[in-house]
Design a protein around this ligand. Structure first.
Ligand SMILES: C[S@@+](CC[C@H](N)C(=O)[O-])C[C@H]1O[C@@H](n2cnc3c(N)ncnc32)[C@H](O)[C@@H]1O
Length: 225
């Protein structure tokens, strides 16, 4: 067992569950619907898409959010390139990424297009409409060294109870430091310490109805200094 690769088991057929964190990578109900509800609607996408729009993600996992975003970008017929930077400490093996992605039939074309990159172990993907970077390592160390700035964040760690290190106030402060003024962040959780961390970091924070059985989720907007 390699220490830097994700260890997972499968539940309900094709939903990967982390053995390290004892938590699924995406909703057992409908991961794609959750992505759209939480990360797209929470960040007012695709309405804000424009050339160079930069999404950053904490917790790349299976790549579901990237695939869904690229498909939405293409459906919106935006001219130019989507920038997408994802942070991941334990990359998922490419075979497992592909297996997890097969659950979402409507993403099959983008999944097939990107599959050779995962197979090659790529951490950068440049397409005419996508500039993707995977930053490997613990985000608590890597984010502070990132020189980018996001328009929208997908905060997608495992549940704050099981993966508290990815939701700490210090990391939320780094998220804020790497967000454009007026930029946004969204997450499926409404955990109090996460909301307080985002607030302390300079975001205006609101609760919105959550996906599925979750009552609330969190949306944050970076205020002017
Ligand atoms: C819920 S999963 C992300 C699901 C993913 N967005 C997708 O589309 O499949 C959470 C991810 O956060 C990663 N993670 C947990 N702690 C981390 C840390 N300290 N630094 C970077 N990534 C971390 C896990 O390895 C896992 O891949």
């Amino acid at each position: 067992m390699q220490d830097h690769i994700a260890d997972l088991v499968w539940r309900d057929g094709d939903v990967p569950v982390s053995t390290r964190f004892d938590d699924p990578y995406f909703s057992l109900e409908d991961g794609l619907a959750e992505t759209r509800h939480v990360f797209f609607a929470g960040n007012d996408l695709p309405a804000r898409f424009r050339d160079g729009f930069h999404i950053a993600e904490l917790g790349f996992g299976t790549g579901l959010n990237l695939l869904a975003t690229l498909a939405a970008w293409r459906a919106a017929e935006v001219d130019g390139r989507l920038q997408y930077t994802a942070f991941e400490a334990w990359p998922v093996a490419h075979e497992a990424m592909r297996r997890a992605q097969t659950r979402f039939a409507e993403l099959a074309p983008v999944a097939a297009e990107l599959a050779p990159f995962w197979q090659a172990g790529a951490v950068r993907i440049n397409l005419p409409d996508l500039c993707f970077t995977l930053v490997t390592g613990d985000a608590r160390q890597t984010l502070s060294h990132w020189d980018g700035s996001a328009d929208a964040w997908f905060l997608d760690g495992f549940s704050p109870a099981k993966n508290p290190e990815l939701w700490q106030p210090e990391l939320m402060a780094e998220v804020a430091r790497h967000t454009k003024v007026g930029g946004t962040a969204a997450t499926y959780t409404a955990a109090g310490f996460v909301r307080r961390g985002l607030q302390a970091a300079g975001f205006g924070v609101t609760r919105q109805p959550g996906y599925g059985r979750k009552r609330h989720m969190t949306v944050a907007v970076k205020a002017a200094p």
